[in-house]
Design a protein around this ligand. Structure first.
Ligand SMILES: Nc1ncnc2c1ncn2[C@@H]1O[C@H](COP(=O)(O)OS(=O)(=O)O)[C@@H](OP(=O)(O)O)[C@H]1O
Length: 257
């Protein structure tokens, strides 16, 4: 797919190039956008929590005829057993390299509670988000030399969640037999940590109903905030998290099957 953009692109992009690229991409199919990303974006990875969008993207990439990017999974330690099963299923089905990053110095929930106390998400959800997603993502990007990522967020997920079009995704999943989280067949619409994810209730609208259902105004985990905000969270963490000694191994680990 020849176009006017250099291959690979030189980063960072100016606002002007970004506008031109987005105008170009908005005319392409999802498959072609992904191929464009593969051929143009340097040091490209896919960050995924194995949601529907990410798995559809992975399936499309696997059929593109190009080598697929490695995956980055931020293992918060608090995922459902079904999600960990899905990680293994995806690894086998697509023969893809999955880099797993856990909260710093923690291999188990026991390690995490020793460092932060029990139910950190109840005490301070900003610090929880920082510890389980933001810091591990920063570490992953730095250690792996990541310059570009594919994520499963969609424009239609921002703001007005009722405008989502999950049926398109469902059709692709059925036709291509894409693996999916078993919880999606048990009344869950979107799956994150078990303590912040509930099945959707009657009358719920939106694809992400059930995420932080009891926390008014909370819709995101902090992973997608911009970098300066992430840095100020780092300061917050330094000031407020007790610094007890814990194992400090920072590693690319494999989650339980
Ligand atoms: N734990 C973890 N590890 C790696 N990547 C992750 C993680 N959580 C969120 N994401 C990325 O964010 C996409 C949207 O996820 P969610 O809708 O669940 O929202 S949220 O980020 O948790 O707020 C999600 O899309 P999917 O690939 O469809 O899962 C990922 O690209």
């Amino acid at each position: 797919m020849a176009d006017q953009f250099s291959t690979p692109l030189e980063l960072p992009l100016s606002g002007e190039s970004l506008t031109a690229i987005n105008a170009h991409l908005s005319q392409l199919s999802p498959q072609d956008i992904l191929i464009w990303a593969l051929t143009h974006l340097p040091a490209l990875y896919q960050t995924t929590a194995f949601g529907l969008t990410g798995l559809v993207a992975l399936d499309m990439l696997s059929k593109s005829g190009h080598p697929i990017p490695k995956l980055i999974f931020l293992d918060t330690l608090y995922h459902f057993a079904e999600t960990y099963e899905l990680v293994q299923e995806v690894r086998e089905r697509y023969a893809v390299d999955i880099k797993v990053y856990k909260p710093e110095g923690c291999k188990t929930i026991g390690d995490f509670e020793k460092k932060h106390g029990e139910e950190l998400w109840q005490k301070d959800e900003d610090i929880y988000d920082f510890a389980v997603k933001v810091e591990p993502a920063q570490r992953a990007y730095q250690e792996l030399g990541v310059h570009s990522v594919i994520t499963g967020r969609r424009r239609s997920q921002g703001g007005d969640r009722a405008s989502l079009q999950p049926l398109e995704v469902d059709a692709y999943i059925r036709e291509n037999n894409v693996p999916r989280n078993k919880l999606l067949d048990q009344g869950y619409r979107s799956v994150g940590d078990w303590h912040s994810t509930q099945p959707s209730r009657e009358g719920d609208t939106g694809e992400r109903a059930g995420r932080w259902a009891d926390k008014e105004g909370k819709t995101e985990c902090g992973l997608h905030k911009n970098f300066s905000e992430m840095k100020s969270r780092a300061k917050l963490e330094e000031q407020r998290i007790p610094t007890e000694e814990v194992t400090t191994a920072s590693e690319v680990a494999t989650p339980p099957a």
